[in-house]
Design a protein around this ligand. Structure first.
Ligand SMILES: NC(=O)c1ccc[n+]([C@@H]2O[C@H](COP(=O)([O-])OP(=O)(O)OC[C@H]3O[C@@H](n4cnc5c(N)ncnc54)[C@H](OP(=O)(O)O)[C@@H]3O)[C@@H](O)[C@H]2O)c1
Length: 338
């Protein structure tokens, strides 16, 4: 079977198509024909050699894939041939809190991931995908969708009517917008593009701020919330946005630290937290059980994730470049086997 592989740090140009053996599944393993894979910013970080943990050999990249079970090991009980499944970002984090052990290996970084025609995984690493979603849509869930779900409803204890600030219109933020809208939350979203902000409003954003035209956007967030600030910020911006995100949170509110699309350095003043009794909370995707909770919510709300563009398997490098250029809105998907 064909699979892409990349060694961390080799850049997008190092992504190469290879022939890999399609191993037979062991007793509790499942073989999946992958139909679609979605890209995440972390896949660019792996290519750049800047991700948290990577292997020192070439691995199959990408955490997010959805497909069809084509063979099962003799002791598999969770799935049957023909089932539609997706892989969970951390194959070993099933439920409960994160630990060093259950978050040590994520698909497509430390261990082989999903950008391949087939994969073989332990049955516990897989979840059934909602029936109403296509493979392309289901491939958009595992990293960005579960991260947004965790930040809002697992680590975060947000209630209907609460307010949430979302930064930019990438995968995590647009998932969070769609989930927050369906759960009755008030969302404020930023973007560098008025056209993307119009699209975010069409998806139900309460207010939209162009962070290029309004560099002091935290002041507008405060105005929009009558001086109070938002209950929760999903902080994906990093060094250019962290201090404004903290300023945007209400007294006693939370800034969920998720990413750093502008870089992971920078400084912040602890007084900004102490004075407002605010919380910073690190989010690391989520467990399989969070993925299952999200799927149950999707089954009820029938949200269709915003898929920006679909590339064929032969154009994986082009798909990576499209993500890197940040012209997208929501998720970028590679269709492996239509
Ligand atoms: N902790 C975790 O478990 C976890 C999980 C998933 C992702 N992440 C991290 O979260 C971040 C976002 O990931 P993603 O996959 O959603 O990325 P993505 O789809 O590549 O989104 C990138 C978007 O970020 C926005 N952006 C860029 N600079 C910005 C700035 N200065 N202020 C506000 N927005 C800015 C842009 O939106 P506009 O074009 O609208 O301006 C851009 O399109 C990354 O750092 C990623 O590593 C972490």
């Amino acid at each position: 079977m064909h699979a892409y592989q990349i060694k961390a740090g080799q850049q997008i140009a190092g992504l190469e198509l290879a022939e890999r053996n399609a191993a037979a599944p062991a007793a509790r393993e499942v073989r999946v024909r992958i139909h679609a894979v979605s890209l995440n910013y972390r896949d660019l970080m792996v290519a750049d050699g800047k991700y948290l943990s990577t292997a020192d050999k070439a691995v199959i990249p990408c955490s997010d894939g959805a497909g069809e079970v084509i063979a099962v090991g003799e002791q598999v009980t969770r799935f049957r041939v023909g089932d539609r499944v997706a892989a969970s970002f951390f194959p070993d984090w099933i439920e409960g809190p994160p630990t060093r052990q259950n978050t040590a290996g994520s698909l497509g970084a430390a261990i082989d991931g999903m950008l391949a025609e087939e994969t073989v995984l332990h049955e516990d690493a897989l979840v059934a995908i909602p029936e109403y979603l296509s493979y392309v849509e289901a491939a958009a869930i595992p990293c960005a969708g579960v991260t947004a779900w965790n930040a809002l409803f697992a680590a975060g204890d947000i209630k209907p009517g609460d307010s949430v600030l979302l930064l930019g219109t990438g995968g995590v933020s647009i998932w969070a917008l769609q989930l927050a809208r369906a759960a009755g939350l008030q969302t404020i979203i930023t973007s560098s593009s008025d056209e993307k902000l119009d699209r975010a409003c069409a998806l139900g954003a309460f207010a939209a701020i162009n962070y290029k035209k309004t560099p002091e956007w935290h002041k507008e967030v405060l105005q929009l919330t009558a001086g109070r600030g938002v209950d929760l910020v999903l902080e994906v911006g990093g060094q250019d946005t962290l201090n404004r995100s903290i300023a945007s949170a209400r007294t006693g509110g939370t800034v969920a630290i998720i990413g750093g699309v502008s870089g992971f350095g920078g400084e912040f003043n602890p007084f900004a937290l102490i004075g407002g009794a605010k919380h910073l909370s690190g989010i690391f995707v989520g467990s399989r059980s969070m993925f299952e909770d999200l799927n149950r919510f999707l089954g009820i709300t029938e949200i269709h994730p915003a898929v920006d563009r679909i590339f064929p398997f032969s154009q994986a490098r082009e798909a990576y470049t499209h993500l890197k250029n940040a012209g997208h809105f929501g998720k970028v998907v590679i269709e492996v086997t239509p």
